[in-house]
Design a protein around this ligand. Structure first.
Ligand SMILES: Nc1ncnc2c1ncn2[C@@H]1O[C@H](COP(=O)(O)OP(=O)(O)O)[C@@H](O)[C@H]1O
Ligand SMILES: O=P(O)(O)OC[C@H]1O[C@](O)(COP(=O)(O)O)[C@@H](O)[C@@H]1O
Length: 303
């Protein structure tokens, strides 16, 4: 079984305006609401790929109910801890360009935080846990470390997609996969990265620090897969970009879902890239048919 963990879910409120007038009145030309947060996006794309999964994390209030009901209607099993505070709303403003305004997240009480640790302690060897996104500040800086320790103790594989110290601390528990984008990798090491060679060099450092596989995503420039002894580059299929929100999460879902369904590493890499691009070319997240259409267009070459 695959479990996703979203510590800071959201409603992603996508707002389109023709031209943004800062300080003026703007009328929306269109608006859309999606259940959001990185682990939840992973769950939704895993569902498209036919990979059974359960979404875990914290949800509260009217916003939390929207997220849970939408996931359940979409056939995703949910087992969230109910919190007293409201789940956040993240604004995705489209005005020719994309501007994002993400909330800090709700207050999580100590007993709520403990309840999730307890739920997660039921995972077993053979399970894969995908931990994705930011943590609300009220959880404290060590909460991800607690969760990855639980995965490590139970013997379950885990993937972690977060930033900074939380990501670095997780490496000692040997994650199956980490997927920084090129900006996050540069920020992690405090180095400006201008070439793909630099991305490979620093990606390898993450392997040395414990990761089993490293995917470095580079938006329209494709991605690098770095393993213990080999490096591969994938380019992206051609298409018109409509929405880059959730492209990274879709890539993780494509990669992990394909491995969980028993296929090899190259197929997982190909499906990961196709899933990221299928989301980038859609209003919402990738659908199975769009992923299948794009898979044959992904070229992989050994570095
Ligand atoms: N402009 C784009 N054109 C085609 N594919 C894209 C584009 N942006 C993202 N993707 C796909 O999604 C993957 C993840 O995107 P990226 O933006 O790097 O991740 P994140 O959302 O984590 O920042 C890319 O490796 C690529 O496969
Ligand atoms: O584009 P990405 O990085 O894959 O993730 C998109 C998701 O991340 C969010 O921007 C939240 O990110 P954070 O958890 O880092 O605040 C959601 O609103 C959105 O659904």
């Amino acid at each position: 079984m695959i479990y996703t963990v979203t510590l800071n879910p959201s409603i992603d409120y996508v707002v389109e305006v023709e031209e943004l007038q800062l300080g003026g009145l703007n009328r929306m030309t269109r608006d859309l609401k999606f259940p959001g947060g990185k682990g939840i996006n992973v769950s939704r794309v895993l569902g498209q790929l036919g990979a059974e999964n359960t979404a875990l994390g914290f949800l509260g209030g009217f916003t939390g109910r929207f997220v849970d009901e939408t996931l359940t209607k979409g056939g995703i099993r949910t087992d969230f801890v109910t919190i007293q505070d409201d789940t956040r709303i993240n604004i995705k403003l489209k005005h020719g360009d994309e501007t994002e305004v993400n909330g800090l997240g709700p207050m999580i009480r100590e007993e709520e935080a403990e309840e999730l640790v307890h739920k997660l302690s039921r995972v077993r060897e053979g399970d894969i846990v995908v931990l994705s996104g930011s943590a609300p500040p009220s959880l404290g800086s060590d909460y991800y470390d607690r969760l990855t320790s639980v995965c490590s103790t139970t013997g379950a594989d885990f993937v972690i997609d977060t930033t900074g110290e939380a990501l670095l601390k997780a490496l000692k528990h040997k994650p199956l996969l980490v997927k920084p984008n090129h900006h996050e990798l540069a920020e992690l090491f405090g180095v400006a990265m201008e070439t793909q060679q630099q991305l490979v060099t620093y990606g390898r450092k993450l392997l040395d620090m414990g990761a089993q596989h490293v995917l470095v995503s580079m938006a329209g420039e494709g991605a690098l897969l770095i393993t213990a002894d080999r490096v591969f580059h994938a380019d992206v299929p051609a298409g018109a970009v409509r929405n880059s929100v959730g492209a990274g999460d879709s890539m993780i879902a494509g990669f992990v879902g394909t491995l969980a369904l028993g296929q090899g590493l190259m197929e997982a890499f190909r499906t990961g890239v196709a899933s990221g691009s299928a989301t980038a070319f859609s209003d919402d997240l990738a659908t199975r048919s769009r992923i299948e259409e794009l898979c044959p267009q992904v070229n992989i070459t050994e570095w």
